[in-house]
Design a protein around this ligand. Structure first.
Ligand code: AVI
Length: 317
């Protein structure tokens, strides 16, 4: 999947300023995904330590026809953050085997990714009709209302895990509010597991995740005329058991002052000070059920891999 490529806007500058003047300092993880960050994320999904993408794909490959059967006939499939739709073809094929016409709306902020998605799906599942939608979730999910038929919304890759629980519930609720009785949601979530598996997944031996984390500083340098020295920061991945989440931070290796010229802002960092860049929540079946319930969905069925590392859930409106 090519993740969302955000265009730098005034809100980007405001969010950076707010995060770097907070205590503790934070930067929003959505800022990872400029073109370079999206390419690094693609590399992460292929790392031996990063089990999420291939485990979810395995679940989809194994259970696609059961999923299509559980969803029922004549669904319009809408995929949020579809990227290049690399994982979706298996599912679309299963639907194509059961229904005459498969309408697939991949939704993403990146036109380039959507063009690739259309090409890929047209080649691999010629029965599917692909209608790309360029949209940024910050504008809400009103576009769902205009799509025809009974809807199945896909939100895969444990992208929901990058939101703190209240924000995750708010996002799912705003999706829910655009759906009607009979519509459903297929949600991919990573599951809580031993930190000896989680830590390397977020701190790989080749250092790709470290580069991905530091890319946020490179992006701020470029977009906000700043002078972060990437060599003065260290990538830190931590398991926060109390919150059931992996965290990524950037640790300042020395006392330093960074100048963000576009914001006319100087930021002081102490030696060993952490800037929190990402949360990645790891769920249980009970916590997913609760999150879905709080969002107005009811969990119908969960499919897991054999090791119980990842789950794909079907929920009804
Ligand atoms: C996009 N998201 C689900 C990834 C995750 O695992 O939370 C982003 C990521 N961060 C570090 N590695 C991958």
């Amino acid at each position: 999947m090519i993740a969302r490529e955000l265009i730098s806007t005034p809100s980007f500058a405001a969010e950076v300023e707010q995060g770097l003047t907070s205590d503790p300092k934070t930067l929003p993880s959505k800022l990872f995904y400029d073109a370079a960050g999206s390419a690094l994320f693609e590399k992460i999904t292929e790392l031996p330590e990063y089990y999420l993408t291939r485990t979810e794909l395995g679940i989809l490959q194994r259970h696609a026809s059961a999923m299509a059967q559980a969803v029922g006939p004549d669904s319009t499939i809408v995929e949020l953050g579809a990227g290049t739709a690399a994982k979706t073809c298996t599912l679309l094929r299963a639907f194509a085997n059961r229904q005459m016409r498969v309408l697939y709306f991949p939704v993403d902020i990146s036109w380039a990714a959507l063009a690739e998605a259309r090409e890929r799906v047209s080649q691999k599942v010629p029965q599917a009709h692909v209608r790309p939608v360029v949209a940024d979730f910050s504008g809400g999910f009103g576009f769902l209302r205009d799509l025809p038929g009974r809807k199945l919304v896909l939100y895969l890759g444990s992208s929901i895990g990058n939101f703190e629980t209240p924000a995750a519930v708010a996002l799912l609720r705003s999706v829910r509010n655009e759906l009607s009785a009979g519509d459903s949601l297929l949600l991919g979530t990573d599951l809580a597991k031993d930190p000896s598996i989680l830590l390397p997944a977020y701190d790989d031996a080749q250092g790709v995740t470290a580069e991905f984390n530091k890319n946020i500083l490179r992006r701020i340098n470029h977009d906000l005329d700043a002078d972060f020295d990437l060599d003065c920061f260290r990538h830190v991945a931590r398991w926060n058991a109390a919150q059931s989440r992996m965290e990524m931070h950037l640790e300042s290796l020395e006392p330093q002052t960074v100048h963000l010229r576009s914001l006319n802002l100087r930021v002081k960092l102490a030696s060993r000070e952490l800037t929190h860049t990402e949360n990645s929540y790891k769920y249980t079946l009970a916590s997913v059920r609760e999150m879905l319930k709080a969002s107005g969905f009811s969990l119908q069925k969960s499919w897991l891999d054999r090791r119980k590392w990842f789950a794909v859930h079907l929920a009804q409106v």
